[in-house]
Design a protein around this ligand. Structure first.
Ligand code: T46
Length: 135
């Protein structure tokens, strides 16, 4: 299974609900950066890259989208449609996000600052790197 999830505990009461994400507590890495993806146009595919080192966790905090994961040997596609579950995006996993609902807000927590050098944006280069690392 390529897709690894964390289920969040929902706190709150009849007034409303809250989910707390704490580094090294309910997620296993330090959080150096958060960003969120929203207002993605219909039919758009985002991502289309892998990271050399970055660890990330995605939570669809509103709406829904799909995510495909590919480690060079296996592919898997998952639907994110709940704010109570996070999907880990490990280093060296080619990922694409697609079929965004118009209200989708995708929150991403990352263990590193934004670094263009950490991206592999060419699929053949990604496959070659996977083969080299499995030698
Ligand atoms: C990822 C998936 C899940 C910044 O300036 N700072 C940032 O921290 C990020 C993430 C992006 N940007 C700029 C770079 C581009 O000009 O924002 C623009 C859109 O970024 P990008 O085309 O990389 O967005 P996605 O949705 O394809 O990918 C993003 C993350 O970049 C990536 O790390 O894993 O979400």
């Amino acid at each position: 299974m390529l897709a690894r999830y964390v289920e969040f505990q929902v706190k709150g009461d009849e007034l409303g609900w809250l989910i707390s994400i704490e580094a090294q507590k309910n997620i296993p890495f330090e959080i150096k950066r958060t960003y969120y993806i929203f207002d993605t146009r219909e039919g758009v595919r985002r991502g289309k890259h892998a990271h050399h080192k970055l660890q990330q966790l995605m939570v669809c905090i509103a709406g829904s989208c799909k995510v495909s994961l590919d480690d060079g040997a296996h592919c898997e596609a998952v639907l994110l449609d709940t704010n109570t579950r996070g999907l880990f995006i490990d280093p060296m996993v080619w990922h694409e996000m697609y079929e965004f609902s118009s209200d989708c807000v995708l929150l991403v927590l990352a263990d590193g600052w934004y670094d263009v050098a950490d991206y592999i944006r060419d699929y053949d280069t990604f496959l070659a790197a996977c083969k080299n690392s499995s030698r």
